[in-house]
Design a protein. Structure first.
Length: 255
């Protein structure tokens, strides 16, 4: 069931989304050669505390997970696509890092992600990240009243495939509101004109993921959470929480 949010609820979700934006900005700023992933998690946790917000990630345990998620920030490095568990690994020059963060404030949730390179970037990594961001922008542009979920999926998939990149099968965006994951699902590839029609008050987390090697295969790491590319190539992830409104898409997690 899809809950249509009131304008007041969307405003409240914007406040949660801005906590997310501040945390991602702080974590990216703190990411440097020699910094551990646990230290990045603590930076994000500090933003939550200062805002009086809580984490929808910490303790989250979907059906596929062997254990509850142990952190407030997902940090995925190099060939990790999403759901990376922060540990003692210390960032190295040239690492491609994707960070994903959520916050709950006043009963509403925001969710967003971004990718960047620590230290000296490879040209190929910059192109990969830029493609994920373009795919996200294309998906947001398609998130207008009267369009369908398939229009968002098609917009994202077209950008990713045109660049020659893979798309992890079965993973994509989702509805969001009182809970982090709500209906409907938002695939990262699909046919235009198909699926649920978009209405004022729907709020979606739109999140393309791209695999540099061009294949779609992935597997779970030993921690049961981190999803890694089968071909060992690098991956990037971009995400925003977006409200569908009569005046156009409103990005609630804009940084």
């Amino acid at each position: 069931m899809v809950e249509l949010k009131t304008d007041a609820s969307i405003d409240a979700m914007y406040e949660a989304g801005q906590v997310v934006a501040r945390a991602l900005t702080a974590a990216q700023k703190a990411a440097d050669v020699g910094v551990s992933l646990l230290e990045l998690d603590e930076v994000a946790h500090d933003v939550l505390r200062e805002a009086g917000a809580t984490s929808p990630f910490l303790g989250y345990r979907p059906s596929f997970a062997p254990t509850p998620f142990p952190a407030v920030l997902c940090v995925s490095v190099n060939d990790a696509i999403v759901h990376g568990v922060p540990g003692r690994y210390r960032l190295r020059d040239g690492d491609l890092v994707s960070i994903d963060f959520g916050a709950e404030l006043g009963g509403w949730v925001g969710d967003s992600a971004l990718s960047f390179v620590v230290g000296t970037p490879r040209r190929a990594d910059l192109r990969l990240i830029e493609t994920a961001e373009r795919a996200l922008a294309a998906g947001i542009d398609a998130a207008v009243v009267g369009n369908r979920i398939g229009d968002i999926a098609h917009a994202i998939g077209t950008v990713c495939r045109a660049a020659g990149y893979g798309i992890p099968d079965g993973f994509g965006g989702h509805g969001i509101g009182r809970r982090m994951h709500e209906d409907p699902s938002v695939p990262n590839e699909g046919r235009p004109g198909r699926g649920m029609r978009l209405r004022h008050g729907m709020v979606l987390a739109i999140e393309p993921m791209v695999i540099a090697g061009g294949t779609d295969g992935f597997h779970a790491a030993l921690d049961g959470w981190t999803l890694k590319t089968d071909d060992g190539s690098r991956a990037a992830h971009a995400e925003h929480t977006v409200a569908i409104t009569e005046s156009g898409p409103r990005i609630l997690t804009a940084r």
